[in-house]
Write a protein that binds this ligand. Structure first.
Ligand code: SAM
Ligand code: DTB
Ligand code: SF4
Length: 319
Protein backbone atom coordinates (compact mmCIF):
# COMPACT_ATOMS: atom_id res chain seq x y z
CA UNK A 1 0.00 0.00 0.00
CA UNK A 2 1.49 3.37 -0.96
CA UNK A 3 2.39 5.73 1.92
CA UNK A 4 2.23 9.50 1.76
CA UNK A 5 5.10 11.59 3.11
CA UNK A 6 2.82 14.28 4.50
CA UNK A 7 0.13 12.32 6.31
CA UNK A 8 -0.27 9.15 8.27
CA UNK A 9 -3.24 8.30 6.03
CA UNK A 10 -2.16 6.00 3.20
CA UNK A 11 -2.75 7.86 -0.06
CA UNK A 12 -3.82 6.26 -3.30
CA UNK A 13 -2.86 7.76 -6.63
CA UNK A 14 -5.02 7.37 -9.70
CA UNK A 15 -2.35 5.04 -11.16
CA UNK A 16 -2.46 2.85 -8.04
CA UNK A 17 -6.22 2.52 -8.37
CA UNK A 18 -6.05 2.02 -12.16
CA UNK A 19 -3.62 -0.85 -11.50
CA UNK A 20 -6.10 -2.41 -9.07
CA UNK A 21 -8.97 -2.11 -11.56
CA UNK A 22 -6.82 -3.80 -14.21
CA UNK A 23 -5.91 -6.83 -12.06
CA UNK A 24 -7.10 -10.25 -13.17
CA UNK A 25 -10.60 -10.55 -11.67
CA UNK A 26 -9.78 -13.49 -9.33
CA UNK A 27 -6.77 -11.62 -7.95
CA UNK A 28 -8.73 -8.38 -7.43
CA UNK A 29 -11.64 -10.11 -5.68
CA UNK A 30 -9.29 -12.16 -3.48
CA UNK A 31 -7.54 -8.98 -2.35
CA UNK A 32 -10.83 -7.24 -1.68
CA UNK A 33 -12.16 -10.23 0.26
CA UNK A 34 -9.02 -10.40 2.37
CA UNK A 35 -9.23 -6.69 3.27
CA UNK A 36 -12.96 -7.04 3.99
CA UNK A 37 -12.42 -9.95 6.40
CA UNK A 38 -9.67 -8.11 8.24
CA UNK A 39 -12.09 -5.31 9.18
CA UNK A 40 -15.65 -6.67 9.00
CA UNK A 41 -17.72 -9.82 9.38
CA UNK A 42 -18.37 -10.72 5.69
CA UNK A 43 -21.72 -12.35 6.60
CA UNK A 44 -23.23 -9.05 7.77
CA UNK A 45 -24.68 -6.29 5.57
CA UNK A 46 -25.85 -2.97 7.00
CA UNK A 47 -29.26 -1.77 5.83
CA UNK A 48 -30.42 1.83 5.52
CA UNK A 49 -33.79 3.19 4.46
CA UNK A 50 -34.10 6.14 2.12
CA UNK A 51 -36.88 8.75 2.01
CA UNK A 52 -37.24 11.70 -0.34
CA UNK A 53 -38.38 14.47 2.00
CA UNK A 54 -38.40 17.08 -0.78
CA UNK A 55 -38.75 15.83 -4.32
CA UNK A 56 -38.04 17.42 -7.72
CA UNK A 57 -37.86 20.98 -9.01
CA UNK A 58 -34.10 21.20 -8.32
CA UNK A 59 -32.22 24.13 -9.91
CA UNK A 60 -29.05 22.06 -10.55
CA UNK A 61 -28.35 20.38 -13.91
CA UNK A 62 -26.85 17.01 -12.84
CA UNK A 63 -27.15 15.03 -16.09
CA UNK A 64 -28.20 11.79 -14.39
CA UNK A 65 -30.90 13.21 -12.15
CA UNK A 66 -34.66 12.87 -12.62
CA UNK A 67 -35.17 15.66 -10.03
CA UNK A 68 -33.52 18.46 -11.99
CA UNK A 69 -36.06 21.07 -13.11
CA UNK A 70 -34.17 21.27 -16.42
CA UNK A 71 -35.37 17.89 -17.66
CA UNK A 72 -38.84 16.54 -18.49
CA UNK A 73 -38.79 13.30 -16.54
CA UNK A 74 -42.33 13.18 -15.20
CA UNK A 75 -41.09 13.69 -11.62
CA UNK A 76 -43.63 15.80 -9.75
CA UNK A 77 -42.08 18.60 -7.67
CA UNK A 78 -43.21 18.61 -4.03
CA UNK A 79 -42.61 20.88 -1.06
CA UNK A 80 -40.68 19.73 2.01
CA UNK A 81 -42.67 17.05 3.86
CA UNK A 82 -44.15 17.82 7.27
CA UNK A 83 -42.07 16.67 10.24
CA UNK A 84 -44.79 14.30 11.52
CA UNK A 85 -45.17 12.61 8.13
CA UNK A 86 -41.41 11.98 8.02
CA UNK A 87 -41.46 10.52 11.53
CA UNK A 88 -44.30 8.16 10.56
CA UNK A 89 -42.11 6.85 7.69
CA UNK A 90 -39.15 6.50 10.05
CA UNK A 91 -41.23 4.44 12.51
CA UNK A 92 -42.32 2.13 9.68
CA UNK A 93 -38.68 1.75 8.54
CA UNK A 94 -37.61 0.89 12.07
CA UNK A 95 -40.27 -1.81 12.30
CA UNK A 96 -38.87 -3.34 9.09
CA UNK A 97 -35.41 -3.53 10.64
CA UNK A 98 -33.59 -0.44 9.32
CA UNK A 99 -31.29 1.16 11.84
CA UNK A 100 -30.34 4.17 9.73
CA UNK A 101 -32.85 6.56 8.18
CA UNK A 102 -31.56 8.64 5.25
CA UNK A 103 -33.46 11.73 4.16
CA UNK A 104 -32.87 13.30 0.74
CA UNK A 105 -33.90 16.76 -0.45
CA UNK A 106 -33.63 18.04 -4.03
CA UNK A 107 -31.94 21.33 -3.20
CA UNK A 108 -28.81 23.10 -4.37
CA UNK A 109 -28.39 23.98 -0.68
CA UNK A 110 -30.89 24.38 2.19
CA UNK A 111 -32.50 27.72 3.09
CA UNK A 112 -32.50 28.71 6.77
CA UNK A 113 -36.17 27.93 7.47
CA UNK A 114 -35.83 24.57 5.69
CA UNK A 115 -32.81 23.76 7.82
CA UNK A 116 -34.85 24.33 10.98
CA UNK A 117 -37.44 21.81 9.80
CA UNK A 118 -34.80 19.27 8.85
CA UNK A 119 -33.21 19.68 12.30
CA UNK A 120 -36.62 18.87 13.85
CA UNK A 121 -36.80 15.73 11.66
CA UNK A 122 -33.32 14.68 12.79
CA UNK A 123 -34.21 15.16 16.45
CA UNK A 124 -37.43 13.17 15.98
CA UNK A 125 -35.76 10.27 14.14
CA UNK A 126 -32.97 10.15 16.74
CA UNK A 127 -35.55 9.93 19.51
CA UNK A 128 -36.91 6.78 17.83
CA UNK A 129 -33.48 5.26 18.42
CA UNK A 130 -32.33 5.33 14.79
CA UNK A 131 -29.20 6.75 13.18
CA UNK A 132 -29.79 9.68 10.87
CA UNK A 133 -28.35 10.64 7.48
CA UNK A 134 -29.30 13.63 5.36
CA UNK A 135 -28.42 14.68 1.81
CA UNK A 136 -29.56 18.12 0.65
CA UNK A 137 -26.78 19.74 -1.35
CA UNK A 138 -24.08 22.23 -0.40
CA UNK A 139 -23.58 23.25 3.25
CA UNK A 140 -21.73 26.10 4.93
CA UNK A 141 -19.80 25.53 8.15
CA UNK A 142 -22.58 27.24 10.13
CA UNK A 143 -25.26 24.99 8.64
CA UNK A 144 -23.12 21.91 9.29
CA UNK A 145 -22.77 22.88 12.95
CA UNK A 146 -26.54 23.31 13.28
CA UNK A 147 -27.09 19.84 11.88
CA UNK A 148 -24.50 18.42 14.25
CA UNK A 149 -26.24 20.11 17.19
CA UNK A 150 -29.51 18.48 16.12
CA UNK A 151 -27.70 15.14 16.40
CA UNK A 152 -27.07 14.31 12.72
CA UNK A 153 -24.89 11.19 12.40
CA UNK A 154 -24.06 11.19 8.64
CA UNK A 155 -24.20 13.66 5.76
CA UNK A 156 -24.30 12.28 2.20
CA UNK A 157 -22.66 14.38 -0.47
CA UNK A 158 -21.20 12.58 -3.48
CA UNK A 159 -18.25 13.49 -5.68
CA UNK A 160 -20.09 11.51 -8.38
CA UNK A 161 -17.14 10.98 -10.78
CA UNK A 162 -13.53 11.97 -11.47
CA UNK A 163 -12.54 15.66 -11.37
CA UNK A 164 -11.95 15.47 -15.16
CA UNK A 165 -15.25 13.89 -16.16
CA UNK A 166 -17.32 15.94 -13.70
CA UNK A 167 -17.81 18.93 -16.06
CA UNK A 168 -19.44 16.68 -18.66
CA UNK A 169 -22.18 15.80 -16.16
CA UNK A 170 -22.75 18.92 -14.02
CA UNK A 171 -22.15 22.59 -14.80
CA UNK A 172 -24.05 24.39 -12.03
CA UNK A 173 -21.57 23.65 -9.25
CA UNK A 174 -17.91 22.66 -9.22
CA UNK A 175 -15.94 19.72 -7.90
CA UNK A 176 -14.29 22.15 -5.49
CA UNK A 177 -17.74 23.20 -4.17
CA UNK A 178 -18.33 19.57 -3.30
CA UNK A 179 -14.95 19.19 -1.61
CA UNK A 180 -15.66 22.37 0.41
CA UNK A 181 -18.99 20.98 1.66
CA UNK A 182 -17.31 17.69 2.59
CA UNK A 183 -14.67 19.61 4.58
CA UNK A 184 -17.38 21.59 6.43
CA UNK A 185 -19.26 18.42 7.30
CA UNK A 186 -16.09 16.70 8.49
CA UNK A 187 -14.96 19.71 10.55
CA UNK A 188 -18.39 19.95 12.20
CA UNK A 189 -17.90 16.41 13.51
CA UNK A 190 -20.49 14.70 11.29
CA UNK A 191 -19.62 11.35 9.67
CA UNK A 192 -19.16 11.61 5.92
CA UNK A 193 -21.06 9.50 3.39
CA UNK A 194 -19.51 10.13 -0.02
CA UNK A 195 -19.27 8.12 -3.20
CA UNK A 196 -20.25 8.33 -6.84
CA UNK A 197 -21.98 6.93 -9.88
CA UNK A 198 -20.52 4.62 -12.50
CA UNK A 199 -21.96 3.84 -15.91
CA UNK A 200 -22.28 7.47 -17.03
CA UNK A 201 -20.03 6.96 -20.07
CA UNK A 202 -16.85 7.58 -18.07
CA UNK A 203 -13.59 5.74 -18.83
CA UNK A 204 -11.74 3.31 -16.60
CA UNK A 205 -9.39 6.15 -15.78
CA UNK A 206 -12.29 8.26 -14.45
CA UNK A 207 -13.39 5.41 -12.19
CA UNK A 208 -9.83 5.24 -10.89
CA UNK A 209 -9.87 9.04 -10.44
CA UNK A 210 -13.09 8.91 -8.39
CA UNK A 211 -11.87 6.12 -6.08
CA UNK A 212 -8.42 7.71 -5.67
CA UNK A 213 -9.99 11.06 -4.73
CA UNK A 214 -12.31 9.45 -2.17
CA UNK A 215 -9.54 7.33 -0.65
CA UNK A 216 -7.20 10.32 -0.46
CA UNK A 217 -9.51 12.67 1.45
CA UNK A 218 -7.82 13.67 4.73
CA UNK A 219 -10.09 11.17 6.47
CA UNK A 220 -11.76 8.72 4.08
CA UNK A 221 -15.59 8.73 4.15
CA UNK A 222 -17.12 6.41 6.74
CA UNK A 223 -19.69 5.38 4.12
CA UNK A 224 -19.03 5.05 0.39
CA UNK A 225 -22.12 4.66 -1.82
CA UNK A 226 -21.32 3.17 -5.22
CA UNK A 227 -24.26 3.85 -7.52
CA UNK A 228 -24.79 2.29 -10.94
CA UNK A 229 -26.51 4.88 -13.11
CA UNK A 230 -30.27 4.46 -13.24
CA UNK A 231 -30.86 5.84 -16.75
CA UNK A 232 -34.05 7.87 -16.50
CA UNK A 233 -36.06 8.95 -19.55
CA UNK A 234 -35.85 12.68 -20.13
CA UNK A 235 -32.38 13.09 -18.59
CA UNK A 236 -29.33 13.63 -20.84
CA UNK A 237 -28.07 10.18 -19.81
CA UNK A 238 -31.32 8.39 -20.68
CA UNK A 239 -29.74 6.37 -23.51
CA UNK A 240 -26.57 5.44 -21.63
CA UNK A 241 -25.68 1.75 -21.94
CA UNK A 242 -25.69 -0.07 -18.61
CA UNK A 243 -22.28 -0.74 -17.05
CA UNK A 244 -20.98 -4.30 -17.42
CA UNK A 245 -21.67 -6.00 -14.05
CA UNK A 246 -18.10 -7.33 -13.84
CA UNK A 247 -16.75 -3.78 -14.28
CA UNK A 248 -19.11 -2.65 -11.53
CA UNK A 249 -17.79 -5.34 -9.18
CA UNK A 250 -14.25 -4.15 -9.97
CA UNK A 251 -15.14 -0.64 -8.74
CA UNK A 252 -16.66 -2.06 -5.54
CA UNK A 253 -13.51 -4.12 -4.95
CA UNK A 254 -11.25 -1.11 -5.52
CA UNK A 255 -13.31 0.92 -3.03
CA UNK A 256 -13.03 -1.87 -0.47
CA UNK A 257 -9.24 -2.23 -0.89
CA UNK A 258 -8.52 1.50 -0.77
CA UNK A 259 -10.97 2.31 2.05
CA UNK A 260 -10.68 -0.78 4.25
CA UNK A 261 -12.61 0.50 7.26
CA UNK A 262 -15.46 2.19 5.39
CA UNK A 263 -18.88 0.79 4.73
CA UNK A 264 -19.13 0.33 0.95
CA UNK A 265 -22.76 0.67 -0.07
CA UNK A 266 -24.17 -1.08 -3.09
CA UNK A 267 -26.59 1.78 -3.87
CA UNK A 268 -28.68 2.77 -6.90
CA UNK A 269 -28.94 0.26 -9.75
CA UNK A 270 -29.52 -2.86 -7.63
CA UNK A 271 -32.98 -3.39 -9.07
CA UNK A 272 -31.43 -3.89 -12.52
CA UNK A 273 -28.74 -6.29 -11.22
CA UNK A 274 -29.04 -10.06 -11.08
CA UNK A 275 -28.74 -11.86 -7.76
CA UNK A 276 -25.41 -13.24 -9.00
CA UNK A 277 -24.00 -9.76 -9.69
CA UNK A 278 -25.08 -8.56 -6.24
CA UNK A 279 -23.54 -11.68 -4.65
CA UNK A 280 -20.24 -10.85 -6.37
CA UNK A 281 -20.45 -7.31 -4.97
CA UNK A 282 -20.88 -8.70 -1.44
CA UNK A 283 -17.89 -11.02 -2.02
CA UNK A 284 -15.88 -8.03 -3.25
CA UNK A 285 -16.54 -6.12 -0.04
CA UNK A 286 -19.87 -4.31 -0.37
CA UNK A 287 -21.42 -4.40 3.11
CA UNK A 288 -24.33 -1.99 3.00
CA UNK A 289 -27.48 -1.51 0.91
CA UNK A 290 -30.56 0.66 0.69
CA UNK A 291 -33.48 -1.43 1.87
CA UNK A 292 -37.04 -0.59 0.86
CA UNK A 293 -39.02 -0.62 -2.37
CA UNK A 294 -38.03 2.89 -3.47
CA UNK A 295 -34.83 4.94 -3.73
CA UNK A 296 -35.63 8.67 -4.01
CA UNK A 297 -37.81 8.68 -7.13
CA UNK A 298 -36.96 5.38 -8.84
CA UNK A 299 -37.72 1.80 -7.76
CA UNK A 300 -35.27 -0.10 -5.56
CA UNK A 301 -34.91 -3.87 -5.40
CA UNK A 302 -38.00 -5.12 -3.54
CA UNK A 303 -37.67 -5.98 0.14
CA UNK A 304 -38.99 -9.53 -0.45
CA UNK A 305 -36.31 -10.11 -3.12
CA UNK A 306 -33.61 -8.79 -0.78
CA UNK A 307 -34.79 -11.05 2.03
CA UNK A 308 -34.68 -14.05 -0.31
CA UNK A 309 -31.20 -13.09 -1.53
CA UNK A 310 -29.85 -12.67 2.00
CA UNK A 311 -31.38 -16.03 2.87
CA UNK A 312 -29.72 -17.75 -0.11
CA UNK A 313 -26.35 -16.21 0.71
CA UNK A 314 -26.53 -16.71 4.48
CA UNK A 315 -26.09 -12.98 5.00
CA UNK A 316 -27.60 -11.29 8.06
CA UNK A 317 -28.91 -7.75 7.65
CA UNK A 318 -27.87 -5.48 10.48
CA UNK A 319 -28.37 -1.94 11.58
N1 SAM B 1 -29.61 17.34 -4.05
C1 SAM B 1 -28.62 16.79 -3.22
C2 SAM B 1 -27.28 16.66 -3.90
O1 SAM B 1 -27.23 16.32 -5.08
O2 SAM B 1 -26.26 16.87 -3.26
C3 SAM B 1 -29.02 15.47 -2.60
C4 SAM B 1 -29.83 14.44 -3.37
S1 SAM B 1 -29.05 13.72 -4.79
C5 SAM B 1 -30.41 12.92 -5.61
C6 SAM B 1 -28.05 12.43 -4.11
C7 SAM B 1 -27.22 11.57 -5.04
O3 SAM B 1 -28.03 10.61 -5.70
C8 SAM B 1 -26.48 12.24 -6.17
O4 SAM B 1 -25.30 12.85 -5.77
C9 SAM B 1 -26.17 11.07 -7.08
O5 SAM B 1 -24.91 10.52 -6.76
C10 SAM B 1 -27.29 10.08 -6.77
N2 SAM B 1 -28.18 9.91 -7.94
C11 SAM B 1 -29.11 10.79 -8.37
N3 SAM B 1 -29.72 10.33 -9.48
C12 SAM B 1 -29.17 9.14 -9.77
C13 SAM B 1 -29.35 8.20 -10.82
N4 SAM B 1 -30.23 8.41 -11.81
N5 SAM B 1 -28.62 7.07 -10.83
C14 SAM B 1 -27.70 6.86 -9.82
N6 SAM B 1 -27.47 7.72 -8.82
C15 SAM B 1 -28.19 8.85 -8.79
C1 DTB C 1 -26.64 7.89 -2.98
O1 DTB C 1 -25.42 7.86 -3.23
N1 DTB C 1 -27.58 7.24 -3.67
C2 DTB C 1 -28.90 7.52 -3.14
C3 DTB C 1 -28.57 8.38 -1.89
N2 DTB C 1 -27.18 8.59 -1.99
C4 DTB C 1 -29.31 9.61 -1.61
C5 DTB C 1 -29.81 8.15 -4.15
C6 DTB C 1 -29.99 7.37 -5.41
C7 DTB C 1 -30.98 8.06 -6.27
C8 DTB C 1 -31.34 7.29 -7.50
C9 DTB C 1 -32.29 8.01 -8.37
C10 DTB C 1 -33.62 8.33 -7.77
O2 DTB C 1 -34.26 7.42 -7.17
O3 DTB C 1 -34.09 9.45 -7.91
FE1 SF4 D 1 -30.54 18.42 -7.66
FE2 SF4 D 1 -29.20 16.62 -6.23
FE3 SF4 D 1 -30.53 15.90 -8.45
FE4 SF4 D 1 -28.32 17.35 -8.69
S1 SF4 D 1 -28.47 15.27 -7.86
S2 SF4 D 1 -30.25 17.74 -9.77
S3 SF4 D 1 -28.44 18.64 -6.88
S4 SF4 D 1 -31.41 16.66 -6.58
Amino acid sequence: MPESHISTTPRWSRDDVAALLALPFPELVFRAMSVHRAHFDPTKVQVSTLLSIKTGGCPEDCGYCPQSAEYETGTKANKLMAVEAVLAEARAAKEKGAARFCMGAAWRSPKDHDLENVCAMIEGVKSLGMETCVTMGMLTMEQSLKLREAGLDYYNHNLDTSPEYYGKIITTRTYQDRLDTLANVRDAGINVCCGGIVGMGEGEDDRAGLIATLASLDVPPESVPINALVAVEGTPLAEQKRIDPIDFVRVVAAARITMPKSYVRLSAGREQMTDEAQALCFLAGANSIFYGDKLLTTPNSETSRDEALFGKLGITPEG
